[in-house]
Design a protein around this ligand. Structure first.
Ligand SMILES: C[S@@+](CC[C@H](N)C(=O)[O-])C[C@H]1O[C@@H](n2cnc3c(N)ncnc32)[C@H](O)[C@@H]1O
Length: 300
């Protein structure tokens, strides 16, 4: 078998002729041929190396510009501020067809399974809320990351006690995070939906806060962008959504755009490494001091 294969691979007669001809080359041509072959191999190796190197290098892009683009959030020009009274009206018009989402709430399919009031939060009643509300006397608060509304209803109570007519805007996609339902199971699944949004709405209704709280059920980025485009700014803006570095970084930068001049940007969970890095990086770039109040960070 082996030898048969070998004979199949032996060169055809034309190649014999070629080989024969090279034997008859002049000594100079033979010497040149000897030189050219190693030189060709070297050139081939160099070309392959250069190609490999080039494929690893961003020679066709602009690396410096790309790196800068990561921290450039200046591309969007926010609109002039709407009046304080226009804040809720704008969100009702643009998000809810000019009707309160609490009209005819809860819908029949959810009514029987919602808890009259069931909440849970992390540092949601922390002293920082009272400290900052007393200090800033906010007309508008934007909260990024609301979950079941524990911190939002707490802020509604504090501002109500002070007689402020504060509008609190809750931004949350009301999906929680992968696995949260498995840990919790206090809400019922309806076709795979844990009714997080409806339970938040129910909690707000139970806290008599349906006038002082309005919500935007979208991703933090798209909701903050919309507020910027509509000219809605917060005197207090709180960040408490996802806690990895990149999410916190994007949320802080987007939220800063809708912070009213003189307002305060703060957030939860400075103990999370990603949050801490994002907060300190932002503070360094924008010349803020970071203060810590319990588990919250505040920029001054
Ligand atoms: C820690 S919980 C908020 C707790 C709330 N502040 C409290 O104290 O009661 C985080 C919330 O952020 C929301 N969230 C996380 N990433 C988000 C994103 N990119 N856009 C919108 N919501 C997000 C989740 O759905 C979740 O409800």
């Amino acid at each position: 078998m082996k030898s048969e294969k070998h004979s199949d691979l032996s060169p055809p007669s034309g190649n014999h002729q070629l080989r024969h001809r090279s034997v008859n080359k002049s000594p100079a041509a033979q010497a040149a041929g000897k030189l050219i072959r190693p030189a060709g191999v070297v050139i081939l190796i160099m070309a392959a190396y250069a190609l490999g190197y080039a494929s690893q290098q961003p020679i066709f892009s602009q690396p410096a510009a790309d790196v800068l683009a990561h921290s450039d959030f200046s591309g969007l020009q926010c609109s002039d501020a709407v009046s304080t009274g226009g804040v809720r009206r704008t969100i009702l018009e643009r998000v809810f067809g000019s009707r309160s989402p609490w009209e005819d709430f809860p819908p029949p399919h959810a009514a029987a399974i919602l808890h009259k009031e069931w909440s849970k939060g992390w540092g949601s009643n922390a002293a920082v809320f009272e400290h900052l509300i007393n200090q800033v006397q906010p007309k508008t608060i934007i909260e990024v990351g609301t979950f079941l509304g524990a911190s939002a209803t707490h802020m509604a109570k504090l501002t109500g006690n002070l007689g402020l007519k504060t509008q609190i805007i809750c931004i949350d996609d009301f999906r929680g995070w992968p696995g949260w339902y498995d840990d919790e199971k206090s809400l019922k699944l309806v076709n795979g939906d844990s009714l997080l949004l409806y339970q938040f709405m129910q909690n707000v209704a139970s806290a008599n806060a349906t006038e002082s709280i309005i919500y935007m059920p979208f991703s933090a980025s798209t909701a903050l962008r919309a507020l910027c485009e509509w000219g809605i700014y917060g005197d207090l803006v709180e960040i408490d959504a996802a806690h990895d570095f990149h999410s916190a970084w994007v949320d802080i930068n987007n939220a800063y755009r809708v912070l009213r001049p003189g307002g305060v940007l703060f957030g939860h969970d400075i103990v999370w490494e990603g949050v801490k890095r994002a907060v300190h990086l932002f503070a360094r770039i924008h010349g803020f001091q970071v203060r810590v109040d319990g588990e919250h960070w505040i920029l001054y």
